[in-house]
Design a protein around this ligand. Structure first.
Ligand SMILES: Cc1cc2nc3c(=O)[nH]c(=O)nc-3n(C[C@H](O)[C@H](O)[C@H](O)COP(=O)(O)O)c2cc1C
Ligand code: SF4
Length: 452
């Protein structure tokens, strides 16, 4: 039976309301932290828990908090990153929609640790119905004395504000998010200075993912030691995975990071196997930006060991034979799916979402999409494959923010592991155009290229 820390109460009827959440033991971590701990003790506890940021990069949360410039009378801010626009990722949505008080509780404890009296939730524009849920939870928390002035008579003041984004993937990147929160166009900033030194309105700021901040609640309730015992190696605690694609049971699952990828895909508790009895072809295990892995490398590492659903194991072998946990968006492809078409669709997304500040990303994403479109529509040349490889290599590491890398990695991995599929499209263009690889049900919004 799996361990549940975040979704433990998810199925309790009415848990979205303050009364039920509180009756089920909600807000106990606020009482514990504010009454019995100092802000530094809370930060130490998060450090000891080994919690790694759940937004994608997996950076240790407690360590990030300790980088924040010390209080010197200047306001400091905590910002909750609820932009969640990475294709395949929808775990934060689940938390906010069904357990809003868990996030608010985590935000209050984290704000206390960081000395943030004005804390923000930046939420993607497309989650149009969720700000109302969060604002209701904030109002209920305030009515019951968990927010506002002098919380629990401890002298700590805190307000939480919900800020709606306009709907841009780039606004999930922390410095673009900060720009957007300040009312400007969401263009990433050049770092340094990092947000811990100069963030929102030039004040020291910590940006953390929704799941990272919700995880602070069980860390404080059960203690860092107990939290760190769950999981394996540097993958402590539990992780939310949003599973989608050609599986029997898409959904959001909380996993103990000792489970194997194979068990996660095939067990009835999680994905329930590949839909329609088909074979597993490949998987993108951590959201659209991370490298795709063919079935053989997904289930076992290059060393022949069972691959596990955790940070170290998913990354084993580097990008040559491994991938990444990323944001936990687990996208499964069955044997009928076309990797070329899939990569083309992702490239179109990154081209559209590039903010355009740096040339390698602005020009490269559009160029890659064009070439992939040609190959997919039977107008490609063999030299296009090497050209694609060359373009992605020149984007990676040469841009202001990691969106450039995020656009390059899926192309690199698709060529690395499925080069024969690209060659097939080029050798047999007519068949490539006719064969739909099971994607006939997609209305393709891309016009076929007019010339080679
Ligand atoms: C293009 C791009 C989009 C991102 N989108 C998100 C997002 O939607 N949510 C998120 O938490 N982090 C996102 N990130 C990562 C953030 O920049 C940042 O690392 C994260 O919010 C830190 O939180 P964590 O330490 O709790 O993971 C994105 C990064 C990039 C480059
Ligand atoms: S990498 Fe792309 S998205 Fe990031 S700053 Fe440069 S142009 Fe903008």
């Amino acid at each position: 039976m799996s361990i549940k820390l975040l979704l433990e109460k998810a199925n309790v009827p009415g848990i979205i309301s303050y009364e039920v959440y509180r009756r089920e033991g909600g807000y106990a971590s606020v009482e514990k932290a504010l009454r019995n701990m100092t802000p530094d003790q809370v930060t130490d506890e998060v450090k000891k828990s080994g919690l790694r940021g759940r937004g994608g990069a997996g950076f240790p949360t407690g360590l990030k908090w300790s980088f924040l410039a010390k209080p010197d009378g200047v306001p400091r801010h905590l910002v909750c990153n609820a932009d969640e626009s990475e294709p395949g990722t929808f775990k934060d949505r689940y938390l906010m929609e069904f357990l809003p008080h868990l996030l608010i509780e985590g935000l209050i404890v984290s704000s206390f640790a960081l000395g943030s009296h004005h804390t923000y939730i930046y939420i993607r524009g497309e989650y149009a119905w969720i700000p109302d849920i969060l604002e209701k939870a904030i109002a209920e928390a305030k009515e019951n004395g968990w927010l506002g002035k002098n919380i629990l008579g401890t002298g700590f003041d805190c307000e939480i504000y919900v800020h709606r984004g306009a709907g841009a993937y780039i606004c999930g990147e922390e410095t673009a998010l900060i720009e957007s929160l300040e009312g400007k166009r969401g263009n990433p900033r050049i770092k340094p200075p990092f947000p811990a030194i100069k963030g929102v309105w030039d004040r020291p700021t910590v940006v953390n993912n929704v799941e990272s901040l919700a995880a602070v609640v069980p860390i404080i309730n059960y203690g860092a030691e107990a939290y760190a015992k769950i999981g394996i190696g540097k993958s402590t605690g539990t992780k939310l995975i949003s599973a989608c694609g050609n599986i029997n049971k898409p959904g959001v699952y909380e996993i103990d990071m000792t489970i194997s990828v194979e068990d996660f895909i095939y067990s009835d508790e999680y994905c329930g196997g590949i839909a329609h009895g088909k074979k597993l072809k490949a998987c993108i295990p951590g959201g659209s930006s991370v490298p795709i892995l063919p079935a053989n490398l997904l289930l076992k590492t290059a060393k022949g060991e069972k691959r596990l659903m955790n940070y170290e194991s998913l990354a084993d072998g580097g990008f040559a034979t491994g991938s990444s946990m990323g944001s936990g968006g687990f996208i499964v492809l069955d044997e009928d799916q076309c990797v070329v078409k899939h990569t083309m669709t992702l490239s179109r997304f990154y081209r559209h979402e590039s903010c355009g500040q740096c040339s390698p990303c602005r020009e490269g994403t559009g160029w890659m999409e064009k070439i992939l479109k040609n190959i997919e529509y039977g107008k490609g040349k063999m030299s296009d494959i090497d050209l694609l490889w060359d373009i992605q290599r020149r984007i990676e590491g040469n841009t202001i923010c990691p969106l450039g890398d995020a656009a390059a990695w899926p192309v690199a991995a698709a060529i690395r592991h499925f080069r024969d599929e690209f060659e097939w499209h080029i050798r047999y263009p007519e068949e490539a155009q006719q064969r739909n690889f099971g994607l006939a049900h997609y209305a393709d919004p891309l016009p076929a290229p007019q010339s080679a």
